[in-house]
Ligand binder design. Structure first.
Ligand code: SAM
Length: 207
């Protein structure tokens, strides 16, 4: 079923072999209750606890590809959620800090990833403010839809680093890749529309 999912992602245009290898290895069904296990390798988002979702595999692959992670890259993920995206990032060599707003979700993800052998740094807090403690980052990935680009995330990016973030309204967001240049200016590339749960917190939708 994982091989079929990888084939589907290739058909949809994902060609980054290290991302596809990671998705081909990670048991996504471990993030599902037994009764929903048939959904695990379909290319769709699925509800987890607290009204949140495990992202669609295509979205995970698309965002991870845009980040251009190299072995040892220090990456900040905002929105740990289930922890699946975190597994993909660690599997392809990221030194990962992952931050989650909802304590219970983080605790469940921490337990699962430990069991799976993935050991990112977990932080519970408001990722719309980034995570100053471990900054600066080679890349930042936001897995919730933001109303605007939080300034703290730009500030915490290294020169040459990418910030991959969906920005828009509560329903639909455009995927953006911002890159910090040597003179500290920011270039912006725009991709297609996605639909994420809202980014909460001070520089999100303030819930
Ligand atoms: N990356 C996740 C995965 O692989 O399962 C998908 C995450 S889900 C689409 C978005 C997550 O972002 C939710 O778990 C939500 O609680 C979290 N979130 C929303 N606002 C946040 C914030 N300001 N800081 C950290 N996490 C936040």
């Amino acid at each position: 079923m994982r091989r079929a999912l990888v084939r589907k992602l290739r058909e949809k245009g994902i060609s980054n072999e290290s991302v596809l290898d990671a998705i081909g290895k990670i048991p996504r069904h471990w993030f599902f209750d037994d009764i929903f296990v048939d959904h695990a390798y379909q290319d769709k988002a699925f509800p987890i606890a607290e009204g949140q979702t495990i992202s669609q595999p295509y979205t995970v692959a698309f965002q991870t590809d845009l980040l251009e992670v190299k072995s040892g890259s220090k990456i900040l993920e905002i929105g740990t959620g289930s922890g699946y995206q975190a597994c993909v990032l660690v599997e392809i060599g990221a030194e990962l800090v992952t931050i989650e707003y909802k304590k219970n979700l983080s605790l469940v993800a921490q337990k699962m990833l430990k069991y799976m052998g993935y050991t990112p740094k977990f932080v519970i807090g408001d990722g719309s403010l980034g995570c100053e403690k471990f900054a600066p980052y080679d890349g930042i990935i936001v897995t919730a839809g933001a109303p605007t680009v939080p300034q703290a995330l730009i500030d915490q990016l290294k020169v040459g680093g990418h910030l991959v973030i969906p920005v828009g309204d509560m329903k639909l967001q455009k995927m953006l890749r911002l890159t910090k240049q040597a003179d500290q200016s920011i270039t912006k590339e725009e991709y297609s529309n996605f639909s994420f749960v809202p980014l909460l917190g001070d520089d999100g939708w303030k819930k």
